[in-house]
Design a protein around this ligand. Structure first.
Ligand SMILES: NC(=O)c1ccc[n+]([C@@H]2O[C@H](COP(=O)([O-])OP(=O)(O)OC[C@H]3O[C@@H](n4cnc5c(N)ncnc54)[C@H](OP(=O)(O)O)[C@@H]3O)[C@@H](O)[C@H]2O)c1
Length: 312
């Protein structure tokens, strides 16, 4: 896929280490176990503002066909974190899926993202009001700046801070920010970003950005944790999957969890949705974690998908 097509479709034309922690009190989200074992639970990660977020969630990029169905199914099998974006064009459908699932609004964590387009157009405020309306009219759990659009980060962040002050957005964060973007924002931010959602998967382990983000007491969240499906054919991962008696997708997602990352993964297949949640009963060994680190080839899902090369 062409870089610009990828970015447009993805974004939609549309401290210290100890401070980042998996909550030691370990509140666990029980979910409908279906045919999984009852030991399966999604841990909660505590963010720097004291709120918690499920460590594994459901992504909705490209789910414009039947978002309400996929989101309802995802919630029914146990997901409690749903990731959307203004640019995905499916916020209203995502919320419909939440309603159809019958789950209380307070029991699901909804993330959306301010699109690069509205940042450039100067319509961030209006877009947030629209997102709020589409996502149920009460509040948004987490809103991210989708892309560090040159010259529009500070004004967007200030608006997001105002929405936090009004209680309309509970947490705010970043996506696709490199370290220099984060350090620049930290100079003026009144509200610290809770997380940075970045590309991470075995062929793009993104060690440096992950480590430096965590060191600043900002959580790191993996997008395309399965490499948009491209990492599922890796022969090393196939060997590990056989060794553990698990699928390749499960091995990859477990690797994200054991790195202390939060991840949002996507599927249209309910069996895959369930499978991807059934990873919390057994750990990968430290050696096998290192083996997976070794797969890294700095291969992004799109070769030029780096905000320093594409300031938008
Ligand atoms: N912030 C950003 O700029 C940004 C950019 C990209 C993505 N994201 C977010 O990250 C989310 C996840 O990334 P992604 O959409 O690229 O998805 P992904 O989770 O990396 O990969 C999804 C692909 O893997 C397949 N898959 C999932 N589980 C599987 C399993 N157990 N066995 C076999 N195949 C499986 C899916 O096919 P099936 O449908 O057949 O299961 C789909 O083709 C997005 O949906 C979006 O919310 C954010």
């Amino acid at each position: 896929m062409e870089r610009s097509t990828f970015i447009k479709s993805s974004l939609g034309m549309a401290g210290l280490l100890a401070l980042h922690r998996i909550s030691s009190a370990s509140p666990l989200l029980p979910f409908n176990t279906g045919n999984m074992t009852t030991t399966d639970r999604i841990p909660l990660i505590q963010l720097n503002n004291g709120t918690t977020i499920p460590q594994l969630g459901f992504g909705t990029w490209t789910l414009t066909d039947k978002p309400e169905q996929y989101v309802r199914e995802a919630i029914e099998v146990g997901y409690r974190l749903i990731d959307t974006a203004q640019g995905y064009g499916n916020e209203a459908g995502v919320y419909q899926g939440v309603k159809d699932s019958g789950i209380a609004r307070k029991d699901v964590y909804l993330t959306t993202k301010v699109s690069p387009q509205v940042m450039r157009d100067g319509t961030v405020q209006r877009s947030l009001d629209e997102s709020l309306e589409k996502l149920g009219g009460e509040y948004i759990d987490l809103c991210l700046i989708h892309w560090p659009v040159k010259d529009h980060i500070q004004d967007t962040w200030t608006i997001l801070e105002d929405y936090v002050a009004k209680g309309l957005i509970r947490s705010i964060g970043l996506s696709n920010f490199n370290m220099h973007h984060i350090d620049d924002l930290l100079k003026y931010a009144r509200v610290k970003p809770v997380l940075n959602q970045i590309e991470v998967h075995p062929s793009f382990s993104n060690m440096q950005n992950v480590g430096r983000t965590l060191y600043r007491d900002i959580a790191a969240q993996s997008w395309s944790p399965l490499g948009n499906g491209q990492d599922l054919d890796d022969p090393v991962l196939a060997t590990l999957a056989k060794k553990y008696g698990r699928s390749v997708a499960q091995i990859i997602l477990k690797w994200h969890m054991q790195r202390g990352l939060i991840a949002v993964t996507r599927s249209r297949n309910i069996a895959h949705m369930k499978e991807n949640l059934a990873i919390f009963d057994r750990d990968l060994s430290p050696v096998d974690m290192s083996v997976i680190h070794g797969i890294n080839s700095d291969r992004r899902t799109n070769a030029q998908n780096d905000p320093d090369n594409f300031p938008w």
